[in-house]
Design a protein around this ligand. Structure first.
Ligand code: TYD
Length: 139
C-alpha cells in the first residue's frame, strides 16, 4: 500500500485509455492507478482568463489532479526548486504529495480541473504563507 511517506515525488500518472469507436474512457481506483484512498473530490471550473488558483501547500493531504477538459499548468515548489506540469489530456493526472507549494494557472477557456484528495476538507491542513512553507519544508 502506498502513502505520502513512501511516494514523495510528484508524478505524472498515465491512466488507462479504453479506446472505442463510441468514444474513449479512462478511470482510476484507490491504490491501483493512484497511490491513496480517495476521501474527497472537488473540481475547479469557470476560471476567468489570467486567474491563479491554489497558492498554498498542504501539511498532510495528498492530491491527484486531472485536466478533464481543456488545459492548465500546475506549478510545484519543493522549498528549493519549482517545476511546471502542463496538463492537457484527460488520461494524464499529477500526483501531488503533501508539502509541495502548488499553484494552478494558465487555464484555457472552459477548462475543468478534477482534484481528488486523501483527506476531508480541513482548513488547518493549509499552509498559505510561502515563507512559512519554505521554513517548514527546509527544516
Ligand atoms: P481553496 O482550496 O483555498 O481554493 P484554491 O486553492 O483553488 O485557491 O478553497 C477555496 C474555498 O473553498 C475556501 O474558502 C475553502 C472552500 N473549500 C471547501 O469548503 N471545501 C473544499 O473541499 C475545498 C477544496 C475548498
Amino acid at each position: 500500500m502506498c502513502n505520502s511517506n513512501i511516494m514523495q515525488t510528484p508524478t505524472i500518472i498515465h491512466l488507462p485509455e479504453i479506446l472505442d469507436k463510441r468514444g474513449s474512457l479512462s478511470f482510476f481506483e484507490n491504490f491501483n492507478q493512484i497511490p491513496f484512498e480517495i476521501a474527497r473530490t472537488y473540481w475547479i471550473y469557470d476560471v476567468p482568463g489570467g486567474e491563479t488558483r491554489g497558492g498554498h501547500a498542504f501539511k498532510t493531504q495528498q492530491e491527484f489532479i486531472i485536466a478533464l477538459s481543456g488545459s492548465f499548468d500546475i506549478i510545484l515548489h519543493d522549498g528549493k526548486n519549482e517545476t511546471k506540469f502542463s496538463m492537457n489530456r484527460s488520461y494524464y493526472g499529477l500526483h501531488v504529495p503533501a508539502m509541495y507549494w502548488r499553484r494552478m494557472e494558465n487555464f484555457s477557456t472552459n477548462s475543468l480541473a478534477l482534484i481528488v484528495s486523501d483527506k476531508a476538507y480541513y482548513a488547518d491542513d493549509y499552509i498559505r504563507d510561502f515563507d512559512e512553507f519554505k521554513k517548514t519544508r527546509n527544516g
